[in-house]
Design a protein around this ligand. Structure first.
Ligand code: HEC
Ligand code: HEC
Length: 342
């Protein structure tokens, strides 16, 4: 008998219809309930979407001038063509050495409850200013950046359009963060083959992928943590990666019992986002499956949901085939770089 956890309890209405065994194919209705994509993007009341705010936020996201050296934009590390990551194990820091954690995707962050691998930022607005200030990332103090942006006529115009009711000075760090966050909320993964299948196109994914999906929800136990349409419960777990001195959630909560815990990441576009994990330590999906098949460190903080699973070669191939159905179709991958204000 599995222990029920709060995240699962909250979904109990859906869980009743959820496929939980490898044998029974889920009924289309049960699938839809659990995996259908939301129809609208949530925007917070104090930062509503407007076309001008999205346009401004996108310009800021792609603008290298936001960094101290005028050489690094958000999009330098969150590269649209690479699933909004950078393909590096750990990205080089401006201060020399590497950043301490692997760059995560920003797909579907509108639905996130916490941000960063350790959940230390509570909103996208709060998150956005940190890489700009961080000496290892964009290394730009806010007052200097405000002066710089206020001198660019195109940005003066763009901020006024995005924040029509604001009093001078219209260009502030808080509004910069709001604009970037608004743009990020529009970064929603386009329809994948998996979504088409959930929508009723029975042939959108292969037979192997359908078997893999059943394993994902059953024997392989992945959906215990990678749950729902975005494949993340949003919870924190220690999945037993070797200790690199990063306490993760434990440092945020100042709680040793939460050491080694990191946020469950989305699995959308996962096949295009190697290497994997907060430390970028697993080079490919095979290495990830090896990890879950007993390749993890057993310690006090290890999640109660971590049980060594055992998959046959065919099951591994099926599971990987399923993960590939979450890939963004080629035609929907690129985001053209916006024209930047002068
Ligand atoms: C030098 C590379 C780099 C740059 C530049 C950068 N990021 Fe990141 N980003 C990262 C890394 C690494 C993390 C993970 C850090 C952590 O969890 O401690 C991250 C995390 C995030 C997250 C959290 C995602 C999640 O699922 O929790 C968001 C959102 C984000 N960045 C947006 C931005 C924005 C907006 C900018 C520009 C203002 C930016 N990033 C600039 C590397 C970068
Ligand atoms: C106990 C909860 C739990 C279970 C069960 C689980 N995962 Fe994870 N998964 C996580 C967490 C937490 C992370 C991030 C860990 C880290 O970086 O420290 C993660 C990371 C991943 C990543 C890397 C994602 C990225 O963006 O780098 C992949 C791929 C993955 N899991 C696939 C799976 C598959 C496939 C299964 C089933 C075989 C599975 N997971 C089972 C919690 C879980």
């Amino acid at each position: 008998m599995r222990r029920l956890r709060p995240a699962i309890l909250a979904l109990s209405a859906l869980a009743a219809a959820a496929p939980t065994t490898a044998g029974e194919p889920p009924t289309p209705a049960a699938l839809k309930a659990q995996y259908a994509r939301p129809e609208t993007i949530p925007f917070p009341e104090d930062n509503p979407r407007s076309p001008a705010r999205v346009t401004l936020g996108k310009q800021l996201f792609f603008d290298e001038r936001l960094s101290g050296g005028n050489d690094t934009a958000c999009a330098t590390c969150h590269i649209p063509a690479l699933g909004w990551e950078d393909g590096e194990r750990l990205t080089e820091s401006t201060g020399g050495g590497n950043l301490k954690r692997h760059t995560p995707t920003i797909w579907n962050r509108a639905w996130g409850r916490t941000f960063f691998w350790d959940g230390s930022a509570r909103s996208l607005e709060e998150q956005a200013l940190q890489p700009i200030r961080n000496p290892g990332e964009m290394n730009q103090p806010m007052p200097a950046l405000m002066d710089e942006l206020r001198r660019i006529p195109g940005y003066r115009k763009g901020f006024r359009a995005a924040f029509p009711d604001a009093e001078a000075p219209v260009i502030t760090a808080a509004r910069l963060a709001k604009a970037i966050a608004t743009y990020e909320r529009t970064v929603v993964q386009p329809q994948t083959a998996f979504d088409a299948w959930v929508d009723g196109d029975g042939n959108a994914i292969s037979e192997a992928a359908r078997r893999g999906f059943r394993l994902f929800n059953g024997k392989a136990r992945c959906a215990e943590c990678h749950s729902g349409w975005n494949f993340s419960s949003g919870a924190f777990h220690d999945i037993g990666l070797p200790d690199t001195g990063d306490r993760g959630r434990g440092a945020v909560l100042d709680l040793p019992a939460a050491d080694h815990m990191f946020k469950v990441p989305t699995l959308r576009d996962i096949a295009r986002r190697a290497p994997y994990m907060h430390d970028g330590s697993l080079p490919n999906l095979q290495a990830v499956l090896d990890h879950y098949q007993g390749g993890f460190v057993r310690r006090e903080t290890l999640s109660a949901d971590m049980e060594a699973i055992a998959l046959t070669d065919r099951e591994e191939a099926d599971l990987i085939a399923f993960l590939h159905t979450l890939t963004t179709p080629p035609a929907a991958r690129g985001v053209p770089r916006p024209e930047l204000p002068q």
